[in-house]
Design a binder for this molecule. Sequence first.
Ligand code: AVJ
Length: 321
Amino acid sequence: MAQLQQPAHPENCVAQDEVQDQLVAGLLAPHAHVSPKYLYDVLGSRLFAAICELPEYYPTRTEAAIFEQNAGAIAAALGPDATLIDLGAGNCSKAARLFPSLRPKQYVAIDISEKFLREAVSALQQQFPKIKMTSLGMDFSSELELPAAVGAQRRQFFYPGSSIGNFAPLESLKFLHNIRKSIAGSEGGLLIGIDLVKDKAVLDAAYDDALGVTAAFNLNLLNHVNRLLEADFQPQQWRHRAFYNEAQHRIEMHLEARQDLVVHWQDGGMRRFAQGESIHTESSYKYTEQGFIDLLQQAGFGKVQTWSDERNWFMVCHARI
Ligand code: AVJ
């Protein structure tokens, strides 16, 4: 079986032991689970980029259209001379599309994977020489300690793509609260993309596409775990399952064993899976407009402005204190 040649543990600051302990604990839980962050090795990131091009996966293009059609109003909401802080910047392309209308004073790109980030930011700096740019490699999901180089005036956090959907409701409240604290008295805010509750058939198709790209994305997590844990998962023994759980307002992605099987990993670890047993690999929460506004208010935000598409499938929010 072909495996991508790459270090078992790429450039991030979490200790390797901690990663392994977390993975093992999840695999041994009564209902096994693995964090969705392990969907994103090199191949996984490319598969996610392919997902964003699929006809069924509406969030990326719907959000882009909202930003494009409301560029002026969004820039006006954020105001002049912003310090734009991009959470999970990736290749920085979403923020870059805001620059012509927003003209931020400073751009701070944050991502776990700093290697990609540095290259993207230095390319962007050539294009927009007047904006002061900084790249930061850090995991912002638990804490948001920003270094002194980040301007404290007019901090505008940018969290597009409905990435907040990966947090369970309580965690997302904590996360929003951390952002609000970091804005403090700076006249700043948060510009965030939210995927909205909609017809189950539309949601099911977006996470279980006809070409099987999302299936490959989900199954590739097993290859990644194999490298991280020296495990022997065989992707062909597993099946992609994704469905909208209406009671919990969330997409669930699972990997389901096609047969009874055994998985081994380093230091003699192992687990048996019976046919039909599954590993929960992702939850992607959907919100109603009012539900998300309520959450922002619980987190201490005051004024909220929203923009949406004609079908009301996706919402962009700007919230300030
Ligand atoms: C990157 C978390 C926003 O939940 O829609 C896409 C990830 N998973 N297809 C999402 C994802 C399967 C995506 N987020």
